[in-house]
Design a protein around this ligand. Structure first.
Ligand code: C5P
Ligand code: ZN
Length: 488
């Protein structure tokens, strides 16, 4: 994959060095009383990154404004260029669009704190902090919020309490999608910061959501990564599943939580889920994705979704996707009570929306179309473009064992464009798949914009070109996967 397997201290020192340059520039501008604009991506990683930078700027006494962007394109770049502020900071976005930003913002003071593959050289007036520059894998080893955390820590050591948000962001970007379901490499250094300073505890256990706080069947139903057909999103069926297994959902009239299960019951549950997955045509070892590192935020209230870093990231994702991104950032910056209540309602709404769309895709044959080298979900007319990304992620956890990446799209309301999401699997990446490259080159062919990571990427393209775009993507995937076969 072009990255060193082991990350050396030197690589981390180089990244820290870049982060220090960014921090010094930020502090200089603050000293001068300059106004600073921060633009961040609207997903869980982007919101965590915005929360980290927002909090660090607030503590340093900066005059700043945060703005969340759904994506970058000419329109957005023009709007940002017209703002003409003394310092513009991008978090969890920017590197993938360096060509565009270079054209619009060259000569200006710009900081990019990102983990997407840099698309072009960075202009001299930009400070870019990005793991790829030091051959660190930005898809797996550190996220956008992790990079923002490096910069915040370089601004002030006391920002170490923001390490947890770097972990929440990395989990939001699925950087634990390995066999151990564990954050590693540079992310591990962030985990260590959080543990050492008493903000985080890490243990290995079942990863169902609400492990300590929810009745078991609810915890099962809330888990969508991996997606378990007929259990994810389905509380009644989850309850029946437990009862069938002879696992008592209640003790003395009180619901039991996962932490109340004996280790024998946990084993029984896991092996039954593995059998269930096999019966649904999925690989049984998918069940092992349900065991991994549990990251507990020790300073958060035990009965809230913020207590678990994975649930925190789902909460942020929900706010971002349901047009409540400001709420997500407010929570990252420390707002609780009312904000948290509101976010809890947003998550319910988000879960219901996703369950509805997943049902739509799976209830009728042909809605998930199989082409020669890809699966396609044509969501125009039904799927909401705002949740196309999580729907695509969830479908990919059930499908990628079948050996093809999945591409989903939906129309963007009020525009003659569609939003495309694509997801692959580790096995496909090993065979040479790089969806970021494919989304970029296929969308450029149709005057759209696209990019992202090897395993997860997206694009916006004109509606009229969808058919030709899908065909191009299918051909490019085929080429990449065949290239590897003939090359080996
Ligand atoms: O939107 P979606 O979640 O499918 O995007 C997957 C990844 O691709 C994200 O990291 C996102 O930043 C990136 N992306 C991109 N350019 C786009 C759309 C998505 O770089 N036009
Ligand atoms: Zn990210």
């Amino acid at each position: 994959m072009g990255f060193n397997l082991a990350i050396s201290k030197k690589q981390i020192a180089l990244l820290t060095n870049d982060a220090t340059k960014a921090a010094d520039l930020i502090l200089d501008h603050i000293k001068k009383g300059d106004s600073i604009h921060v633009h961040s991506h609207v997903d869980a990683d982007g919101l965590s990154a915005a929360g980290i930078m927002g909090k660090a700027l607030l503590r340093a006494g900066a005059r700043f404004r945060l703005r969340l962007e759904r994506w970058m394109d000419e329109k957005v770049a023009d709007r940002i260029a017209a703002e003409k502020v003394p310092l513009t900071i991008f978090t969890d976005m920017g590197s993938g669009y360096l060509d565009l930003l270079g054209e619009r913002l060259a000569g200006r003071s710009v900081i990019i704190l990102d983990h997407h593959t840099p698309a072009a050289e960075s202009p001299a007036s930009f400070v870019q902090v990005n793991p790829h520059i030091h051959e660190i894998d930005g898809t797996r080893d550190i996220s956008g919020s992790g990079v923002a955390y490096f910069a915040a820590k370089a601004m002030d050591k006391n920002n170490v309490d923001l390490a947890c948000l770097g972990i929440v962001g990395a989990l939001g970007d699925l950087q634990d999608k390995n066999k151990e379901r564990k954050l590693g490499k540079v992310n591990q250094t962030i985990v260590e910061d959080a543990v050492k300073s008493g903000y985080l505890e890490v243990e290995t256990d079942l990863l169902f959501f609400g492990r300590e706080t929810r009745p078991i069947h609810q915890a099962l139903a809330r888990t969508t990564n991996p997606f378990i057909p007929e259990i994810s999103g389905e509380e009644d069926k989850s309850l029946a599943f437990l009862v069938n297994l002879g696992i008592k959902p209640k003790r003395n009239d009180k619901w039991r939580a996962l932490r109340d299960l004996s280790s024998e019951e946990k084993k029984r549950l896991l092996s039954a889920i593995a059998d269930h997955l096999v019966s649904k045509g999925m690989a049984g070892d998918t069940a092992f994705e349900l065991v991994g590192e549990v990251y507990t935020l020790t300073k958060e209230e035990p009965w809230t979704p913020l207590r678990s870093a994975r649930e925190f990231s789902v909460l942020l994702n929900a706010t971002g996707r349901m047009d409540k991104a400001g709420l997500g950032v407010a929570i990252c910056m420390g707002d609780r009570k009312k904000c948290l209540e509101e976010a809890t309602a947003v998550i319910q709404d988000y879960r219901a929306t996703i369950t509805k769309y997943l049902r739509w895709v799976t209830e009728k044959k042909g809605r998930l179309e199989e082409l020669e080298s890809i699966y396609v979900v044509r969501g125009d007319g039904f799927l909401d473009e705002k949740v196309i990304s999580p729907v695509c992620t969830i479908l990919s956890t059930t499908l990628t064992q079948l050996g093809k990446p999945i591409i989903a799209y939906a129309t963007i309301s009020g525009e003659d464009q569609v939003k495309v999401s694509s997801r692959g699997s580790e096995a496909l990446i090993q065979k040479g798949l790089n969806l970021g490259e494919i989304m970029q080159s296929a969308s450029e062919k149709f005057l759209g914009r696209g990019g992202g990571h090897d395993v997860a990427a997206g694009a916006q393209i004109p509606i009229k070109d969808v058919e030709a775009f899908i065909k191009t993507v299918n051909d490019l995937v085929k080429k990449q996967l065949e290239g590897e076969q003939s090359g080996s």
